[in-house]
Design a protein around this ligand. Structure first.
Ligand code: FNR
Length: 383
């Protein structure tokens, strides 16, 4: 497929909006309540300006680096996203493969459609597994064991979803996987034949890590009722310590927005933390991620690898985050739009676009590799 006329992430978003059933497109393109934090994640990047430099040697550039000691072709990983297999049939498997081909990590969400085992069978490279803490500790141990057996090379523990933030569109759309056969859904699906054909060819239509694995769970369709019952509102740093011991491998803590929490994360002995507000989907009115990043990087960046996610829509944003102290980034919606639009090739295209933008930007700032990129590539003042 020739995707050369797809030149930015917004192009992928436009195609995804046409091809993905309304409730799943909306699930991706939404934030909590007024969506002010969701919007600020993106718009705050625009406040940051680069310093253009000229007549410096910019031949032989590379964006390669490491995240938690693992080689990456650029400091970008695919963020864990629930219901990814509803953006496109077999979505998690396709995204994992695209990431592996590109040399960046893929993170599988607890709330995925394809199971840990499905993804492991389908990809050559180890991927990361994202864990939500549920009340049933036996089930958590079981998930950790399955991630270990599948060869996952890091566990990403998400801390900012002890209870589910409210997203209006999901409530109004009656979000469920698979979609319920209501008249509105059927009318919508008739206009999305490509998506429907894909789904007919795959057996995976519900939460593969959970249904048939968690005790007594034969069926869940609604994300919100399951999370309300199962996610643990009592999660504490003692639980994090227990999970760290039970897992025993590389650990990433995701969902930190406050410097005090960042200090606790650094003291926990985790390998990395992700400055994140869950893509604006949890606490509406919270700080944007890029605004929170510099303070946290300053406070704990010497003790733990600091990463960020939220609002990255171009390679320029990746470079801005790096310059402000992030040693890695995650992208959520950019790859989901690529996936919904064109499947595996769309995810690859999203990564190519971001890589190209970061590379050209780095060159025009007069730098050849990331070790030369720091705050001095930015004009002072924004954050
Ligand atoms: C998410 N996010 C998320 N995070 C997580 O730890 N587990 C999950 O299951 C999900 N699910 C999820 C679904 C969808 C549709 C989105 C958009 C996001 C949050 C995600 O990992 C990441 O923090 C944000 O997506 C980053 O923001 P951008 O890149 O989407 O702006």
């Amino acid at each position: 497929k020739d995707l050369s006329r797809i030149t930015d992430i917004a192009d992928l978003q436009r195609v995804a909006r046409r091809r993905v059933p309304r409730m799943f497109y909306d699930y991706a393109d939404s934030g909590a309540w007024t969506e002010s934090t969701y919007r600020a994640n993106e718009s705050d990047f625009q406040k940051i300006r680069f310093r253009q430099r000229v007549a410096v040697d910019m031949e032989g550039r590379s964006l390669a680096t490491q995240m938690i000691g693992q080689d990456v072709s650029m400091p970008v990983a695919l963020a864990p996203t629930g219901l990814t297999g509803m953006q496109h049939a077999d979505g998690e498997m396709l995204a994992a493969q695209a990431a592996a081909d590109f040399g960046v990590p893929f993170t599988l969400s607890t709330m995925s459609i394809c199971s840990i085992e499905d993804v492991a069978r389908h990809t050559r490279k180890p991927f990361w597994f994202q864990l939500y803490v549920m009340r049933d500790r036996g089930f958590i141990e079981d998930l950790i064991g399955r991630a270990r057996d599948a060869g996952c090379s890091a566990l990403m523990l998400t801390l900012d979803l002890q209870i589910l933030g409210q997203r209006h569109k999901d409530i109004k759309n009656g979000l469920s996987a698979p979609p319920k056969p209501t008249l509105a859904n059927l009318i919508d699906l008739v206009t999305k034949p490509r998506w429907c054909m894909g789904m007919l060819g795959t057996p995976r239509r519900t939460f593969g890590n959970i249904v048939g694995h968690a005790k007594g769970v034969k069926d869940i369709s609604s994300l919100s009722s399951w999370t309300a019952e199962q996610f643990d509102p009592k999660l504490s740093w003692a639980d994090i310590e227990w999970i760290k011991r039970t897992w025993g491998g590389k650990l990433i803590l995701k969902g930190i927005l406050d410097e005090e929490d960042a200090r606790m994360a650094a003291d926990s002995g985790a390998d990395a933390l992700v400055v994140s507000n869950h893509g604006g989907r949890q606490l509406d009115g919270a700080m944007s991620s890029i605004e929170a990043l510099p303070g946290i990087a300053e406070a704990v960046g010497r003790d733990i690898e600091v990463w960020m996610d939220g609002g990255i829509r171009s390679g320029q944003d990746v470079l801005k985050a790096w310059a402000l102290g992030a040693r890695g980034t995650l992208i959520g919606r950019p790859f989901l739009y690529g996936l919904g639009a064109f499947g595996q090739e769309g995810v690859r295209r999203a990564l190519e676009i971001i890589h190209k933008e970061a590379d050209i930007t780095m060159a025009l700032c007069g730098r050849k590799n990331l070790s030369q990129v720091d705050r001095s590539v930015l004009l002072p003042g924004a954050f």
